[in-house]
Ligand binder design. Sequence first.
Ligand SMILES: NC(=O)c1ccc[n+]([C@@H]2O[C@H](COP(=O)([O-])OP(=O)(O)OC[C@H]3O[C@@H](n4cnc5c(N)ncnc54)[C@H](OP(=O)(O)O)[C@@H]3O)[C@@H](O)[C@H]2O)c1
Length: 286
Amino acid sequence: MDSADVAGANVAHVGTGDADDTILLVGAGRMGGAMLDGWLARGVAGSRIAVLDTQPSDALLRSCRQHGVALNPPVAHPVNTLLLAVKPQGLDAAAPGIEPWAGPNTAVVSILAGRTLADLAAKFPRAAGCVRAMPNLPASVGRGATGIAGDGRLPEPALTRVERWLGAVGLVERLDHEDQIDVVTAISGSGPAYVFLLAEALAEAGVRLGLPPDLAARLGRATVEGAGEMMHRHADLAPAALRQNVTSPGGTTAAALAVLMADGALADLLAAAAGAAHRRARELAG
Ligand SMILES: NC(=O)c1ccc[n+]([C@@H]2O[C@H](COP(=O)([O-])OP(=O)(O)OC[C@H]3O[C@@H](n4cnc5c(N)ncnc54)[C@H](OP(=O)(O)O)[C@@H]3O)[C@@H](O)[C@H]2O)c1
């Protein structure tokens, strides 16, 4: 079955049925695809979702067929939420074809790096309002962290709907100002790479202390995975409390932390790293 068949089977439901909660996902690549998977895994009815993608993968075709998601349908009715997940440079070409999906009750949500709220409002003038969102890649395993900044025009129920869609793949936090999107980019957007580097650095330290590289790599990786899982399961405890719980006075962990925390060593290093990411995010946003 090709994408046209899939679309034909479901297009009638898009923008109708549960009229309060329909979504059009534009671009089902890494990030958009992760969100679609998150919605479907949570049992969202496929009839409430439509997807536009220029070159749908076999996996996307299968998933849409299995769950009754309309893939590349012709415009039916404006949707409640329109989620843009194409590459930032693809927006200008894509916008005219998408605009008919955005009516006076539509929230336009963009995860596109560097595309401003003003930019979005100009491209979707009939929309109820626009939201910029910055997710991160752990969304692909349902553990994302997303910051959102709205343009102040959307009524609360529409904003709550946006949070619900994005929340299917992890934490969603509202921001006070659009400028904070660049900070979110530097902290949680780029942050997974910092944590992967921590696993690498732990392994490197093990090698320097005499372990075989493969063994050190396995230990570094399992340690970061395990610590992350503990934070997840003990959401009631602050990271500092978890750290203190595993730090006996005068013990080995305390000896290491004395180095990492001496004069804010690690905190300063991370602040400098995130500062560089923040500057770069602002440069890229023009
Ligand atoms: N990946 C991340 O960690 C991350 C984090 C935060 C934000 N973002 C943002 O998320 C956006 C998408 O990133 P990504 O990594 O998911 O990119 P990606 O994997 O390249 O996905 C983009 C998808 O959109 C499709 N597409 C392109 N033009 C289209 C159009 N006119 N209509 C419909 N579909 C179209 C692409 O198809 P083709 O392959 O045919 O071009 C592709 O499947 C970017 O704007 C990025 O700034 C990404």
